[in-house]
Design a protein around this ligand. Structure first.
Ligand code: CUA
Length: 366
């Protein structure tokens, strides 16, 4: 009825409202995990509660203002032949009211806002787990000084223990963003920034750099793996076994005899040891070793490329660019510049056969 009498303009209005409803219905937060609307940590919850409060106030104002507006439109609608309405210019009382009310609302919202600012910028307690975060063009380095561990792009955190992030950059300004746990914090080369959060739910949570930092800014993602405390401790214990291999000359006799590969009989072709040995040789010969460390425990600082000690077990490679499949890993080794142009890793002229050997070698680094 409304449509038939109201003409084409109203039709388009109703049509766009329907479309908007459909589009909004598509915004299912569960489907898009990189959202701040599903907090999974205390820091994020503080921010989300504040947003809820603000939105409720905004909704109240919207309903009141639109209600009065719609009422006025219908109640005082002009009819043909009506005399010209009485003209007024300024009404001091009304102007005071509509200045004071918003000021009061802002003052009320300021209370939880200031409280949230103080809460989220407080220094975490001494029992917090410190993780050092270093932004690189274009990947993330994570160090655990408490355990003397280094890893890249995938940060493991225990549930229920506050994580204290101490962050910096090795080059330009980046921004560390973990939507479901905390907020965004810029990281700088010459200044430490801090943030903390406590994970409340197990799972794998994506995050990414949130400050334009060069042409591959969009491919500077990371993942946070929140684990039960026992699982996290198992991960730490495992990572601590990923140590630098003793060089043959310096290996203690027991190790050299036990681990055989270095000094024992030559590996049979086709055996796992042979593949590893060939991979290790290529890793050295192609120069990979100049930028990547293969030990998580006591890893050297200041490496140009991501630590690869457990690269075989990660979900993604190239900072969230590719799923960590053998095929993708081989593609990446052969043509990093084709996949992520401008990345510091050069194309090293690796053949398809050599890439397969390197993939097998890296896959063994779990
Ligand atoms: Cu790093 Cu954007």
């Amino acid at each position: 009825m409304l449509l038939r009498t109201a003409g084409p303009r109203s039709f388009w209005l109703v049509a766009s409202l329907c479309l908007l409803t459909l589009v909004l219905a598509g915004c299912n937060a569960e489907q898009y995990p990189q959202t701040t609307l599903l907090p999974r940590g205390d820091f994020a919850r503080i921010a989300d509660d504040l947003l809820d409060t603000t939105v409720k106030w905004a909704l109240l104002v919207f309903v009141l203002v639109e209600g009065v507006l719609i009422y006025a439109i219908f109640r005082f609608r002009g009819k043909p032949g009506d005399p010209e309405p009485h003209q007024t210019h300024g009404n001091t009382t009304v102007e005071i009211i509509w200045t004071v009310i918003p000021a009061l609302i802002l003052a009320v919202i300021a209370v939880p806002t200031v409280k949230a600012i103080f809460q989220t910028s407080a220094t975490p307690g001494k029992d917090a787990l410190t993780i050092e975060v270093v932004g690189h063009q274009w990947w993330w380095e994570f160090r655990y000084p408490e355990y003397n561990l280094t890893t890249a792009n995938e940060m493991h955190v225990p549930l229920g223990r506050t994580v204290s992030l101490r962050m910096g950059s090795s080059d330009v300004i980046h921004s560390f963003w973990v939507p479901q746990f905390a907020a965004k914090r810029d990281v700088f080369a010459n200044r430490e920034t801090r943030m903390w959060f406590k994970a409340e739910a197990e799972g794998e949570y994506p995050g990414q750099c949130a400050e334009f930092c060069g042409i591959q800014h969009g491919r500077m993602a990371h993942r946070i793996k929140a684990q039960k405390p026992a699982e996290f401790q198992a991960w730490v214990a495992h990572m601590q076994t990923l140590k630098k291999k003793p060089t043959p000359a310096s290996a203690p006799p027991a190790l050299a005899a036990g681990e055989g590969a270095q000094k024992g009989p030559p590996a049979r072709p086709g055996s796992v040891a042979a593949a590893t040995s060939a991979g290790e040789k290529l890793f050295l010969a192609k120069g990979c070793v100049a930028c990547h460390a293969l030990n998580a425990y006591d890893a050297p600082k200041g490496m140009v490329g991501p630590n690869l000690a457990n690269v075989g077990a990660r979900s993604y490679i190239a900072a969230g660019t590719l799923k960590n499949t053998d095929e993708n890993l081989a593609r990446w080794i052969r043509d990093p510049q084709g996949i992520k142009k401008g990345v510091l890793m050069p194309n090293l002229g690796v053949t398809e056969a050599e890439a397969q050997v390197l993939v097998a070698y890296l896959r063994a680094h779990q």
